[in-house]
Design a protein around this ligand. Structure first.
Ligand SMILES: Nc1ncnc2c1ncn2[C@@H]1O[C@H](COP(=O)(O)OP(=O)(O)O)[C@@H](O)[C@H]1O
Ligand SMILES: Nc1nc2c(ncn2[C@H]2C[C@H](O)[C@@H](COP(=O)(O)O)O2)c(=O)[nH]1
Length: 215
């Protein structure tokens, strides 16, 4: 089966997906971001585009899962379960109607039942969660530089990011679809520092060995 990464915006999921898949000799599957036509529209007018963006991500995520599941230890850079976290948070902020939430939840449930792995196992092999503080999140968002995510573009974004991070704490604690582990994304600079990178890979290898998915 596969390894799924989770974490807030800028946590380092895409970076770790590349590093981990190279280490394991497998393939990484990335979220549709730079070529996502709905994402900039969502940041400009969240109320209008929250539902459309969610359907866009769900469709692409489903496609990635189907492709990723053909080989053991392929790496997905975000879990399908987090999409729901994002959407419910946006709905609670008044950006989606209860009817849209109902349609989304039922569609997600229906699609998950169609996945062969969901039917057999209902889960990835391991969820690796990247835990970051608010300051790290903002620093990374600035470092990466996607214009529509920058706090100075929109004064409501800091509150959006705070809420997202606080929801992630509860989300990780409640997550029980598969074995899980948390990496301290503030502490380990696995992008620039080779020693930190090796430590993070060792931590993940240890978990994979425990689960019998790494020799
Ligand atoms: N652990 C880390 N240490 C230092 N920089 C990081 C780390 N993780 C990510 N970055 C940097 O932060 C930015 C966002 O990382 P990215 O992998 O795109 O995050 P995500 O996919 O979770 O949104 C990038 O510029 C990346 O180089
Ligand atoms: N409203 C939603 N936004 C989402 C969802 N999944 C991702 N995103 C946004 C958040 C970022 O701006 C961007 C990419 O996320 P990264 O964490 O990979 O940087 O897309 C979602 O389900 N709903």
């Amino acid at each position: 089966m596969m390894i799924v990464l989770s974490g807030a915006i800028g946590a380092g999921k895409s970076s770790l997906a590349t590093i981990l898949s190279e280490h394991l000799g497998t393939e990484a599957f990335y979220e549709q971001v730079d070529n996502n036509p709905v994402l900039p529209l969502f940041y400009k007018d969240p109320k209008k585009y929250a539902f459309l963006l969610q359907i866009y991500f769900l469709n692409k995520r489903f496609d990635s899962i189907k492709k990723a599941m053909v080989q053991d230890n392929n790496v997905l850079d975000r879990s399908i379960y987090e999409d729901s976290l994002f959407f419910h948070m946006n709905a609670d902020m008044g950006r989606a109607t209860p009817q849209e939430v109902k349609v989304y939840d039922e569609l997600l449930d229906n699609m998950m039942q169609e996945l062969p792995y969901a039917a057999a196992k209902k889960a990835p092999d391991l969820l690796v969660h990247l835990d970051i503080s608010y300051d790290t999140m903002i620093h990374r968002i600035e470092k990466r530089g996607r214009s529509y995510e920058q706090p100075e573009q929109d004064p409501t974004l800091p509150e959006y990011y705070h809420q997202l991070l606080s929801r992630y704490d509860g989300w990780y604690d409640d997550y029980d679809y598969s074995p899980k582990m948390k990496i301290d994304g503030d502490k380990y600079d696995f992008v620039e520092n080779p020693e930190d990178r090796q430590k993070v890979l060792d931590l993940i290898d240890e978990q994979l060995r425990k689960r019998g998915t790494l020799d």
